[in-house]
Ligand binder design. Structure first.
Ligand code: AMP
Length: 300
């Protein structure tokens, strides 16, 4: 039974970092976030792939306990993203985005997904996010992510979507871009006025800020010794966050703070390897161990 529905991209990524290069590997916002969420919950993906998508990647998702019934296979090519990082690994530089089958995607949720209590609208076209949201019966909790591409190209649709969610998660540059301000506190508070009860601004290797009514929670990032590829860190953060909430069923601000730390712990593992190489190997014990390290890091 799927308890967290995750819509977003299933991609073939080509990535270069100062530590290596990979071509056409498994990626995409729905992939990273569902693999991260699978540490705590049973996610189901809503997305689209082309006929060229390697079967082994679908089998891999299934072995991680992820339901793939919501992944439509269409004639054409799979969504592709190519990018690189320089020594400032907080900043992904996009070389190429090929929407391919995603351009015409009209999501239809499997019947079994519609009753799920938790929905994560991972980064994709806000019009698609809206269609997915509209097909859910009565989700208890809805969270969304976005990126600069959609702020530039579909800001009106994005705004309508933000007004409908419980939690908005995005990175610092995107928050600044949306409000045209250098001030993250101003941006966070302004998003809260649009409707979400919490806004999480990710700051890469500098951690994350969570704004709720009258409060601000600041979480560090795990001080990684081996950083290989940060692609998917934001998505793994969000997947870990919603996975923990779905597992505990507790939506209190206090538990959301714990969820931020679980998300950060999982995201830190993800950055230790390309694609899903590291994330696919971590155990529940690894996640809890790193959670404890976070407690140690902030204790004084
Ligand atoms: P992040 O967690 O922000 O590093 O997300 C990385 C993933 O986002 C990559 O695996 C890409 O395939 C995917 N991606 C890149 N551009 C887009 C886009 N415009 N919409 C949705 N997903 C994207």
């Amino acid at each position: 039974m799927v308890d967290v529905v995750i819509s977003g991209t299933v991609a073939l990524d080509s990535i270069r970092t100062p530590f290596g290069e990979v071509r056409e590997v498994l990626g995409g916002s729905a992939v990273y976030s569902s693999v991260a969420a699978s540490g705590f919950a049973r996610p189901g993906i809503v997305s689209v792939i082309g006929k060229d998508f390697p079967r082994k990647y679908l089998s891999f998702l299934k072995t991680m306990g992820i339901d793939t019934a919501g992944i439509e296979v269409k004639k054409g090519d799979t969504f592709r993203w190519a990018g690189y990082y320089e020594y400032d690994m907080n900043q992904a530089h996009t070389l190429d985005t090929k929407l391919n089958v995603l351009a015409e995607f009209d999501p239809v949720l499997p019947e079994a997904y519609r009753e799920a209590g938790f929905l994560f609208l991972a980064n994709t076209d806000p019009e698609v996010q809206m269609k997915v949201h509209g097909q859910m019966k009565k989700p208890r909790f809805v969270m969304m992510d976005t990126m600069n591409f959609w702020i530039e190209n579909k800001k009106d649709a994005l705004t309508k979507m933000i007004e409908k969610v419980d939690v908005l998660v995005l990175n610092d540059a995107e928050a600044r871009q949306y409000w045209d301000t250098p001030n993250l506190v101003h941006a966070g508070r302004s998003f809260l006025k649009m409707g979400p009860r919490a806004v999480i601004i990710k700051k890469g290797e500098h951690g994350a800020l969570m704004f709720t009514d009258g409060a601000c929670f600041s979480a560090p990032a795990y001080p990684l010794e081996k950083l290989v590829d940060p692609t998917g860190a934001g998505d793994s953060f969000a997947g870990g966050f919603i996975g923990w909430l779905a597992r505990t069923g507790d939506l209190s601000p206090r538990n959301m703070r714990k969820a931020v730390i679980f998300g950060s712990a999982i995201a830190s593992y993800n950055a230790e390897g390309f694609s899903l190489d590291r994330l696919k190997k971590i155990t529940r014990d690894d996640i809890f161990n790193r959670y404890m390290m976070f407690q140690d890091i902030v204790s004084f």
